[in-house]
Design a protein. Structure first.
Length: 317
């Protein structure tokens, strides 16, 4: 429930507009602040949830206008359009909070919203620049892999007898990357939704605005496991569309079960009363290693049958 009836000073609105506008501008800048792009839904969700739809959207509209004036003067309006492409996702998530929707439904609708926003943005830039943005990104990745191989192979410290082996590895990567690129984009969208839902859940909780249940209790529909099984089966079909579809399905669902596994571990850490610094250290060690990510995904799958959080979940009903 928003606090739309609560009174705020004019200074609050002014600072909110300026701060949000600067946030949008910084997220559009090239360089070290590009990661802020994934957080652009946050102010949208926050102000709509705090002030109500009308006043919240007014702040965002004024902030977007101010950011547009700043970037237009700096000649970076295209970067701003890209940075603002996640605003509809923020509006959708704020609406989900207001309607008290379940976590999975909120995430699914937001995921679809991101996909549509990126599709519209890609079509716009492709038409405006007279290039295929999707193919252009793949071409840049391929060029980067080619340059990386040339750099490694020409290094004086690189063994000459290993050049053929390294070339085979890079050639295989150049073949695989275009095949899994759709899945990679979907995982990026899933991560964006998950990150914003996780952060705004904590922010709104501190403001005594109810959103979703704690992350440790988030779970996927049990029926989703069948899509993973079908994806695994399809991935064994050699070559062709079905093989690529299977691989991308496995990648996307593995990412979802990774987050479920992360929720399971968070729940278990809470039960065991592990200190927060040690929690962060363990999470860091797990997530920076490939096998740790795989183990969390497997844990997320196993939770369907074992239900590691069952006692806690039952006590919250």
């Amino acid at each position: 429930m928003s606090q739309g009836s609560k009174s705020f000073s004019g200074l609050f609105y002014l600072l909110s507009i300026i701060g949000t506008a600067l946030f949008f501008v910084i997220s559009a800048l090239p360089g070290g602040f590009g990661w802020l792009y994934f957080l652009t839904p946050l102010p949208v969700i926050y102000f709509i949830s705090l002030l109500g739809v009308n006043r919240g959207l007014k702040i965002i509209l004024y902030a977007v206008s101010l950011a547009g004036i700043i970037t237009l003067a700096a000649g970076g309006i295209q970067s701003l359009l890209y940075a603002l492409s996640l605003i509809p996702t923020g509006v959708v998530l704020a609406g989900s909070i207001n309607r008290r929707e379940q976590v999975f439904r909120s995430g699914l609708i937001s995921f679809i919203t991101i996909g549509l926003s990126w599709l519209i943005l890609g079509l716009f830039f492709s038409t405006f620049n007279h290039v295929n943005i999707y193919q252009g990104v793949l071409q840049n990745i391929d060029t980067g892999l080619t340059n990386a191989f040339d750099t490694y192979s020409k290094s004086p410290d690189f063994p000459a007898d290993s050049k053929a082996e390294l070339q085979a590895v890079f050639t295989k990567m150049r073949q695989i990357v275009p095949q899994i690129f759709p899945g990679t984009l979907m995982i990026s969208a899933i991560f964006t939704v998950w990150l914003n839902m996780l952060l705004i859940n904590g922010i709104l909780k501190k403001n005594q605005i109810p959103a979703w249940e704690d992350f440790q209790f988030w779970h996927l529909p049990e029926s989703l496991i069948w899509f993973l099984i079908v994806g695994i089966l399809l991935s064994f079909i050699p070559g062709g569309f079905l093989h690529i579809l299977g691989i991308n399905t496995v990648l996307v669902l593995s990412a979802l079960y990774f987050f479920q596994g992360l929720a399971v571990v968070t729940n278990l850490f809470g039960k065991w009363s592990i200190p927060r610094p040690i929690k962060f250290l363990i999470f860091f060690v797990i997530t920076i290693q490939a096998y740790g990510i795989i183990l969390l995904a497997l844990l997320g799958v196993a939770d369907i049958w074992v239900n590691f959080r069952k006692p806690k979940l039952e006590s919250t009903k």
